[in-house]
Design a protein around this ligand. Structure first.
Ligand code: GDP
Length: 193
């Protein structure tokens, strides 16, 4: 069955977004790293399943080895099911993503979000970056341009509305994401004709 996958670091608002999209409730605010296995849900109006992959990256109280294992599982899952995946949604925190990326950029470190973005593209999976918590961001255009730059997309971000979707999941403002996902789904349908 066709699938849309959701990936992202812990605490970026994946559960909140899932709740918004599916109308189900998910553990939010529980202990970090709680979502450990892929969870599948029907995305009602559309004919596909939404898969929530475990959050990864730094989680307090979760051991380094366990974090690596989670990351390896995510990569394996994506490699195995890439064929079925219509769209991947990489959720990031709009307020902190650029700072976290910059902090983890160095000779022997690739920041997770950037790595995941490129990995998904290499797999040929159309990817939308849901830039969440935009309610906390003042310099919106500037921040989104910086994020584009870090992801290797030439700014301004407005050129990339199929890829960069600024949202506020908490208050249900996710239209740019729906729009971007829809674009990719329709492209896919055209390819099938
Ligand atoms: P997850 O670990 O990625 O599943 O993140 P959660 O959905 O549990 O959200 C983590 C925290 O971010 C919670 O306190 C949420 O209320 C908060 N959060 C989620 N979405 C938004 C948003 O759009 N704006 C703001 N300001 N906070 C949000």
């Amino acid at each position: 069955e066709a699938e849309v996958v959701l990936v992202g670091r812990s605490n970026v608002g994946k559960s909140t977004l899932m709740r918004e999209v599916t109308g189900h409730s998910f553990d939010t605010g529980g202990s970090p790293g709680v979502t450990r296995e892929p969870n599948h849900y029907d995305w009602a109006p559309e004919d596909f399943v939404l898969t929530d992959l475990p959050g990864f990256g730094f989680m307090s109280g979760v051991h380094e080895d366990r974090r690596e294992e989670i990351k390896t599982n995510i990569v394996r899952y994506l490699e195995e099911y890439a064929e079925n995946v219509l769209v991947a949604i990489l959720v990031v925190d709009g307020k902190s993503a650029v700072d976290i990326i910059d902090r983890h950029s160095g000779p022997d470190e690739i920041p997770y979000d950037v790595e995941m973005f490129h990995f998904l593209r290499e797999l040929g999976v159309p990817t939308v970056v849901a830039v969440n918590k935009m309610d906390k961001v003042d310099d919106r255009d500037e921040r989104l341009d910086e994020l584009c730059d870090r992801l290797g997309l030439y700014p301004p971000w407005k050129q990339w509305q199929e890829v960069i979707a600024p949202i506020t999941a908490k208050s249900g403002r996710i239209e740019p994401l729906n729009e971007a996902v829809r674009e990719h789904l329709h492209e896919h349908q055209r390819d099938d004709l």
